[in-house]
Design a protein around this ligand. Sequence first.
Ligand code: CTP
Length: 398
Amino acid sequence: MLSLTNKRILLGITGGIAAYKCAELTRLFTKAGAEVRVAMTRAATEFITPLTMQALSGNRVHLDLLDSEAEAAMGHIELARWADLVLIAPATADFIARMSQGQADDILTTLVLATAAPIAVAPAMNQAMWGDSGTQANVAALAQRNYHIFGPAEGEQACGDVGLGRMLEPDELANACAGLFTPGQLAGRKIVITGGPTREAIDPVRFISNHSSGKMAYALAAEAVQAGAQVVLVSGPVHLDTPEGVTRLDVESAAEMLQAAQHNVGDADVFIGVAAVADYRPELVAKEKIKKQADEMQLRLVRNPDIISEIAASGSGLLMVGFAAETENVVHNGREKLAKKNLDLLFANEATATFNSDHIEVTAISAEGEQALPAANKHLMARKMLELIAAKLKTRNT
Ligand code: CTP
């Protein structure tokens, strides 16, 4: 049974139709042993009354920064300190935007800034608003700050649309919150991840590379840390901040990436090859900038090492996880790569739709079969992928 014994949960409700589910959510929290205090934005009170939330939580609801009575009972800084967990549910697009900006213009944004407790966010909005690049950038900024993003789920929406944007159901949210207080599913594991593109020098000012943004690898690294793992991220050149708790090793070429990976897999449990490694490099790297002369020039390329295959072949006993970026026959080609590279698990995706996007849709392929993972933002997808990886590690050890 779900246990949240003596956990102090500050539930922040913002103005979305899903706010009515907070009554049931509070009931589940208290039933699981948690103490709940509620703060609401003004808009939230249009969807569920403070009186309902007061009756269910057994505590006065906080609505205003400048409410002297509520402040006298428990001031907002005291409330921020009191919480073991802050859950914003539902979190509207507007609230997510204000939170991502670090604003403090009402009780709830102020509490979010003032608390040292983990913060979880349950987005709920129209599917187009969720898919909008502005919202996605804001959610990514929160994930980067280690906020836990719960959902949204896919399905029918209050506005009649169908898609991603529904708030998770109260029992799913209560379970996800309880999960934050138990040791992560990858606690005690070391994971080495390669990510981003490689650069293969032609001369001192030119190189061959590709469009990989590194977002999937960075999302995996951040989420693996959240799941309790020790993470080494061997990264090609990307424009991304290092997620908190991740050891990042910057490399440029495939040769450097291979060397850094080999140095770090000795005591690792899992290797995840996400990097878009250049398959070829110029045979000769000119010492000086190549001057233009003839109308044509030829560049002779030689094969780069296949990093993931070399690590798999080294007999280290790691759980080997690869990716396959394909432009055609995605699953078929993915399965071939799984076998050829001697991998335990492979995520195959359509290449052109994925580079630099915040979303990804993949098929998980292993000896046991295939599983389609529907389109999701890369952080949510990373979590699903890590669940599959954790399950594989578990079956290995039993
Ligand atoms: N990979 C690697 N080293 C390489 C090439 C690929 O470690 N030199 C890894 C990738 O990180 C990924 C998997 O192998 O996990 C598949 O990468 P992909 O680029 O899809 O396949 P390639 O082996 O390069 O095959 P092709 O380009 O022919 O599709």
